[in-house]
Ligand binder design. Structure first.
Ligand SMILES: NC(=O)C1=CN([C@@H]2O[C@H](COP(=O)(O)OP(=O)(O)OC[C@H]3O[C@@H](n4cnc5c(N)ncnc54)[C@H](OP(=O)(O)O)[C@@H]3O)[C@@H](O)[C@H]2O)C=CC1
Ligand SMILES: O=C[C@H](O)[C@@H](O)[C@@H](O)[C@H](O)C(=O)O
Length: 317
């Protein structure tokens, strides 16, 4: 079985399907990663310092016995480390037990106070996340670029960047981000943002491709109809739709049968989905189903369409 790959703007090939690890419990993620690599044929794992399970992901990689050189590993720098990106990467490399990453991303375009009241989620007395409003994103990107020069990250990219946020780093960037990891699925296709990414040579990666926790998109009537038409599973339809669009899909699972089918089913779906299916899925959000599932309470304007998360209200003084 050969997993399709997508060529990035630096010539590196990225496997189009990767295993997500957010909210995978530490014990479960060891076996999920090991199973994905050794038994199911995955060669791409998506991690983050902020997931608090990178040591266990590293253990899963070791237990798989698959050589490091065959695996594409992504991680992400968390907001409290925007002023010390190399320190964050060094922690991630130590956690994973490797000396380089294939891809390193800025997790969110928001710097958090590194000296705040929590190492990952510092808050102000009013309960809002403690954002460093004076920090320039272009300075975070400069630090990312040095990691490529040092060989610690083969490729660098961004995550959760709207057009507005990309425009804060692109004018001074020496290296154009290779990817932008975004919430992408038929309920949140972000057509305009993707067109902008493509125009800059930035490949989109889809997080929460099944709708995140408990995979709500698997129950969508159109997805079920298309699955039935081609004798596919709904997950195959959702993941296949992404890969057909040259979008990297990152389904998370700790369940062996799902880990396996998310790879094999996607490959089958790529060959079966027809133009009509793709067009119907492309238009689902516009038909009234637009929905985002991941909207952390950032107390800043991110510049995304359809971002309806309520801002926490500061307490009155
Ligand atoms: N950059 C960012 O800010 C973000 C990045 N991500 C990345 O994207 C990955 C995927 O997104 P995530 O939000 O985890 O959600 P997903 O859309 O991948 O959905 C995960 C859920 O779907 C279930 N599931 C997986 N496969 C199947 C299947 N074939 N049939 C039925 N249920 C299934 C999982 O259950 P179970 O595990 O129990 O099998 C889990 O409950 C993350 O793990 C992370 O790596 C995610 C969010 C934000
Ligand atoms: O990658 C996964 C997500 O971005 C996750 O890290 C955030 O949503 C985080 O839980 C938050 O509350 O900000």
């Amino acid at each position: 079985m050969s997993v399709p790959a997508i060529k990035l703007n630096n010539g590196v090939q990225i496997p189009a399907i990767g295993l997500g690890t957010w909210q995978s419990q530490p014990a479960a993620v060891v076996s999920a990663v090991s199973y994905a690599l050794k038994e199911a044929g995955y060669r791409h794992i998506d991690c983050a310092w902020g997931y608090n399970n990178e040591k266990e992901v590293g253990e899963g990689i070791r237990q798989s016995g698959v050589p490091r050189s065959e695996i594409f590993i992504t991680s992400k720098v968390w907001g409290t480390y925007h002023s010390r990106v190399e320190e964050a990467l060094d922690e991630t490399l130590a956690n994973l037990g490797t000396d380089y990453l294939d891809l390193y991303l800025i997790h969110w375009p928001i710097a958090l106070n590194p000296k705040g009241n929590h190492p990952a989620f510092p808050t102000l007395p009013n309960g809002l996340r403690d954002v460093d409003h004076s920090w320039k994103l272009s300075d975070t990107w400069k630090q990312m670029e040095t990691l490529v020069k040092k060989g610690k990250a083969k490729t660098i990219g961004i995550s959760n960047f709207s057009i507005k946020k990309m425009e804060e780093i692109l004018p001074s960037a020496e290296i154009i981000p290779a990817v932008n990891q975004l919430e992408l699925h038929p309920y949140n296709p972000q057509h305009e943002l993707l067109a902008y990414c493509r125009s800059k040579g930035i490949i989109p990666q889809a997080y929460s491709p099944l709708g995140s926790t408990n995979s709500p998109l698997l129950k969508d009537d159109v997805v079920l109809k298309i699955a039935h038409k081609h004798s596919l599973q709904p997950s195959d339809v959702l993941l296949g739709w992404l890969v057909v669009h040259d979008i990297v899909a990152l389904p998370k699972s700790v369940t062996p049968s799902r880990i396996a089918s998310n790879l094999t089913g996607t490959i089958t779906a790529i060959g079966k989905l027809d133009k009509e299916d793709i067009a119907e899925l492309d238009g689902l959000a516009a038909s009234g189903k637009q929905k985002r599932f991941i909207m952390p309470p950032w107390p800043v304007e991110l510049g995304f369409d359809n971002w309806t998360a309520p801002m926490p209200q500061p307490t009155a003084v």
